[in-house]
Design a protein. Structure first.
Length: 94
């Protein structure tokens, strides 16, 4: 049976009603960043070891950055990854 109260509502409306919108957005943002970093590494032909060297960290830390399900990575670490790829991390309050 279809719950008619959700017909025509947006996913954001549903997630907000369930009280999980902010968490879902946070998870999505981390997944996008991990994807973008992995893509840039591939474009620049960078191994995880070289990425770790550029970030001045361990390969395990690079694995955490690239893991879309690891939400404990700090902004400072993500900034290091961006800099290692010749990019900047931009965050905004909206």
């Amino acid at each position: 049976m279809i719950d008619e109260k959700y017909i025509g509502s947006s996913l954001d409306d549903f997630l907000e009603e369930e009280g999980i919108l902010e968490e879902a957005e946070s998870v999505a943002a981390k997944r996008v960043l991990a994807f973008q970093i992995r893509q840039l590494m591939e474009q620049q032909h960078l191994s995880k070891s070289e990425m770790a060297r550029r970030m001045r960290t361990s390969r395990a830390a690079v694995d955490r950055v690239l893991d879309p399900d690891n939400h404990a990575v700090t902004l400072a670490t993500m900034e290091k990854a961006a800099i290692a790829l010749g990019k900047r991390l931009r965050i905004a309050l909206v």
